[in-house]
Design a protein around this ligand. Structure first.
Ligand code: AR6
Length: 178
């Protein structure tokens, strides 16, 4: 099986100039907002909302790809995560975000993608549960990817980074039989 590098780092999703695509934790309307979506739209400039308009609305679990405008990347992939406690089944919808984003990146023949922790902010998904779904899904999809060989998780807080490290270690050790 091809090797996929999974990197975990603390930082800002808009400051990852060495990756081909960054992923937006979007809203259904693909408009600017708070958190990741606000930061991405601010950094990309108004052209991003314009390009997004005909692609909206999207449903939980879906992903669409656009240009990156003033961001230092080639593309932005917009995912709508589930609102925790409302959009069910939450784990399958969240997994769909990662699966669909990676499929779009692979179809565009990209090498690297950076994800934020989708749904763990405004949408209220507990970070450890979300990390398990995210990391497990990326590892599952890895074997089917032709072009993507690096996935980076960009975590906003030291705590979120630690949780992701612990979950990844457990998955790599085969301790998580989910
Ligand atoms: N870089 C990396 N991670 C970040 C950044 C950043 N610049 N800013 C926040 N985070 P959220 P969601 C973390 O709320 O839960 C928006 O208003 C944040 O700490 O951005 O999917 C949209 O318009 C959290 O861990 O996304 C939607 O309406 C994670 O990124 C809604 O929020 C995701 O937080 C989407 O909610």
């Amino acid at each position: 099986m091809r090797h996929l590098d999974i990197e975990l780092t603390r930082g800002d999703i808009t400051a990852q100039p060495d990756v081909d695509a960054i992923v937006n934790a979007a809203n259904a309307e693909l408009r600017t907002g708070g958190g990741v979506a606000g930061a991405i739209h601010r950094a990309a400039g108004p052209g991003l909302e314009e390009e997004c308009r005909p692609l909206a609305p999207i449903r939980p679990g879906e992903a669409v790809i656009t240009g990156a405008h003033d961001l230092p990347n080639r593309y932005v992939i917009h995912c709508l995560g589930p609102v925790y406690g409302r959009d069910e089944p939450a784990d399958a919808l969240l997994a769909g975000c990662y699966r669909n984003a990676l499929r779009l990146a692979d179809e565009a023949e990209l090498g690297s993608v950076a994800f934020p922790a989708i749904s763990t902010g405004v949408f209220g998904y507990p970070v450890e549960e979300a990390a398990r779904v995210a990391l497990r899904t990326v590892r599952e999809v890895a074997g089917a990817l032709q072009s993507v060989d690096m996935v980076r998780f960009v975590l906003f807080s030291e705590d979120d980074l630690r949780v992701h490290r612990e979950v990844l270690e457990r998955l790599e050790a085969g301790d998580e039989d989910e």
